[in-house]
Design a protein around this ligand. Structure first.
Ligand SMILES: NC(=O)c1ccc[n+]([C@@H]2O[C@H](COP(=O)([O-])OP(=O)(O)OC[C@H]3O[C@@H](n4cnc5c(N)ncnc54)[C@H](O)[C@@H]3O)[C@@H](O)[C@H]2O)c1
Length: 335
């Protein structure tokens, strides 16, 4: 029996998490759950956004499935998700973009994994200042050899484990000769240690164009924090948007799996939220803890349900609810 920490989250979080756990229970993968609170739910129940008990539960079980969290404005953290990444040094942000049937995507047969460095670089906006006259803004871009090495190594190891063929390092080393140059140098070095995986490098602006013109050339993309933030959303757009986009934040001590979308306060409590992004994150979590067969079963059941357009939620053009959608997936698991 493997126990995972489960944070149901805010807004639509509890609805989609309950649907997701229903599917996981039906799988019979031998999972048990320790529930923990974060976000607005935690603030209301325990008086703080990120209680120590929640951090302890994640540390104890090393794997968490997390619903979306609402960060209240002026709550002390710029973002709870960024705070969790910092606390657990979750250095790899892994975002698969996988085509699913029955979506409004413009492309088919996309299968790209973006591996984004999650702990340094321009995205951190370290040392942000604005001059007194309001005319000059600046921040520091700090990339380290250690940071670049561990993320590129992670991308190659993931490629090897998942039977992928190619890793593309995305950079802007032609202009950002030190910050992006260091990343590229390290990527080239690490690539030499993984001769069974093809390696290529691409400048970020060209990558954007290539992703739109010929996305099938990509397999695993590895890049720095800010470029990864942008490119992974571009990839989500290729497969129909955030409704089906899972994400994982992975470190050596813990891994947190979640949907990419937020707590959707506009539809919370209406039972029409699509549970698939969280469920796809749960499938990736199953892969991560070595239950790859179960992860594949979940993805296959989602794919079959979407293809049949069976009881799917309104965002996908159906008239189902979060619960009936989960029910349809559960039935296909049993088939
Ligand atoms: N990982 C996270 O915890 C996370 C990520 C992003 C935003 N947030 C938080 O979520 C809150 C709302 O943010 P937002 O409105 O900008 O983005 P959002 O992703 O919550 O919603 C954007 C739009 O997409 C729709 N949507 C989102 N998920 C859906 C689903 N599963 N099924 C159907 N429709 C769905 C919403 O109804 C809304 O119209 C904010 O407090 C933000 O900080 C949290």
């Amino acid at each position: 029996m493997t126990t995972i920490a489960v944070i149901r989250g805010d807004g639509i979080g509890p609805e989609i998490m309950d649907a997701c756990l229903r599917v996981l229970d039906a799988l019979g993968a031998g999972l048990s759950y320790e529930f923990a609170d974060a976000g607005m739910t935690a603030l209301e129940k325990h008086g703080e956004l990120l209680p120590q008990d929640t951090l302890d539960a994640i540390a104890r079980h090393r794997v968490a499935l997390k619903g979306p969290l609402t960060t209240p404005i002026g709550g002390g953290f710029s973002s709870l998700n960024v705070e969790l990444r910092k606390r657990f040094d979750l250095y790899a942000n892994v975002r698969p973009a996988l085509s699913m049937p029955g979506t409004k995507a413009h492309y088919e047969n996309i299968d790209i994994i973006t591996v984004r460095e999650n702990t340094e670089g321009a995205y951190l906006s370290e040392g942000q200042t604005l001059s007194a006259d309001g005319q000059t803004a600046q921040s520091i871009v700090r990339n380290t050899r250690r940071g670049a090495e561990r993320i590129v190594r992670y991308a190659f190891e993931l490629a090897e484990k998942r039977g992928r063929k190619k890793v593309t390092a995305v950079h802007k080393a032609n202009i950002l000769k030190t910050s992006s140059g260091l990343f590229l140098d390290v990527a080239r070095e690490v690539a030499k240690a993984h001769p069974t995986i093809a390696f290529n490098e691409m400048i970020v602006d060209n990558t954007c164009m290539q992703l739109v013109m010929n996305p099938w050339q990509f397999d695993v993309i590895v890049t720095t924090n800010l470029f990864g933030d942008i490119l992974s959303d571009l990839c989500a757009g290729l497969v129909g948007g955030l409704g089906l986009a899972p994400g994982a934040n992975i470190g050596s001590a813990a891994a947190i799996f979640e949907a990419v979308h937020g707590s959707a306060p506009d539809i919370a409590g209406k039972h029409i939220a699509n549970p698939c992004a969280l469920l796809l994150a749960a499938a990736d979590m199953l892969d991560h803890i070595g239950l790859v067969e179960h992860g594949t079963r979940v993805r296959d059941a989602i794919r079959a349900t979407l293809a049949a357009h069976d009881r799917v939620t309104p965002d996908l053009g159906g008239s189902g609810t979060t619960e009936t959608f989960a029910e349809a997936i559960v039935q296909r698991l049993a088939a």
